[in-house]
Design a protein around this ligand. Structure first.
Ligand code: GDP
Length: 294
């Protein structure tokens, strides 16, 4: 993921390094190339515009141009702005004091919600929590089976209910967690292939019924430019507290994901990069920015 962007940026930086002193034209050229590289990686165009403007302003100062190592200064500024774009500080998952704590996952169908639910449960179990997974996707018959299989694999209890009403299942799930002494409830909800009024209404109904301590949106990092529209729609219709970025191991361009924080102000909390239960990592903006810059 993002390897192409990484290679492009490294090429631009080595071009700058080979020049020694830098002129305003050199900076302008480099910024134009960075702009293109970001756009080609699918970063949202408004985000790119603002990013390049900020970066360019900081690079076109006497401090940078007259310094002994101008290229190094430019790279440092790009790294700093990229870290800022990704959220600057870590946004850890903090559980509230309410027991059971309720975490609800939302997102489009296929975004990786069910997988992320199990991974989150696995992670919480490593931290000595006792999570309960609740299968509220009643439309995709295989979804509850999938959650059950994943739950069995990691040894987490799964509540499936026997009804067709996701709101009732969510409520019963919370009660089951109380009865079975679980301290965290992870609710896996149904998605649709596209943003859809029924899906949003259902997510709101579940939210209002169980009043989750936090709602995490699962976003497929391979969604491309459209990711911004999807995330904005969920922010407006359901609202959520943070993002789990799934499929970071894919080979798509992935830049859409880089736009989420800037567009919605919502932090990325985790990145998921694989199908194994332990492949959910906390997201660190500075580490990601460094990884992209190579
Ligand atoms: P849901 O419809 O949102 O619940 O999505 P699923 O959890 O069923 O995931 C859809 C597909 O993506 C499944 O085939 C998962 O195995 C796969 N998947 C989910 N997360 C990841 C990930 O981080 N990396 C990869 N490579 N595949 C993933």
């Amino acid at each position: 993921m993002l390897e192409n962007l990484s290679e492009r940026l490294q090429g631009i930086f080595s071009g700058l390094r080979s020049k020694g002193r830098l002129t305003e034209d050199d900076i302008n050229d480099a910024m134009r190339e960075i702009r293109l590289a970001l756009l080609e990686a699918d970063v949202n165009f408004k985000v790119v515009k603002a990013f390049v403007k900020r970066t360019k302003e900081r690079c076109l100062t006497a401090d940078v141009l007259d310094s002994l190592t101008p290229a190094q200064n430019v790279i440092k500024i790009v790294l700093d702005e990229l870290t800022e774009l990704l959220g600057r500080t870590d946004s850890k998952l903090v559980l509230g004091s309410r027991i059971p704590n309720v975490i609800m996952l939302v997102g489009l169908q296929g975004s990786g919600k069910t997988t992320a639910a199990a991974k989150l449960a696995y992670r919480l179990m490593q931290e000595s929590h006792a999570p309960l997974l609740v299968a509220c996707d009643v439309y995709r018959p295989a979804a509850a089976d999938q959650l059950q299989t994943l739950g069995d694999e990691i040894g987490a209890r799964v509540y499936r209910g026997d009804g067709r009403d996701p709101v009732a299942i969510a409520r019963e799930g919370v009660q089951d967690a109380i009865d079975s002494l679980r301290d965290v409830v992870i609710i896996d909800t149904a998605g649709r292939l596209h943003v859809d009024d029924d899906m949003m209404a259902e997510a709101r109904a579940i939210r209002d019924a169980v009043r989750p301590d936090q709602i995490l949106m699962v976003v497929d990092a391979m969604t491309g430019q459209d990711v911004v529209n999807v995330v904005e729609a969920f922010a407006a219709e359901v609202d959520f507290d943070g993002v789990i970025m799934s499929k970071m191991d894919g080979d798509a361009r992935g830049g859409g994901a880089l736009s989420i924080r800037e567009v919605t102000g919502k932090p990325i909390k985790f990145i998921s990069s694989g199908e194994k239960p332990d492949s959910l990592e906390e997201f660190h903006p500075d580490r990601m920015a460094k990884r992209i810059l190579g």
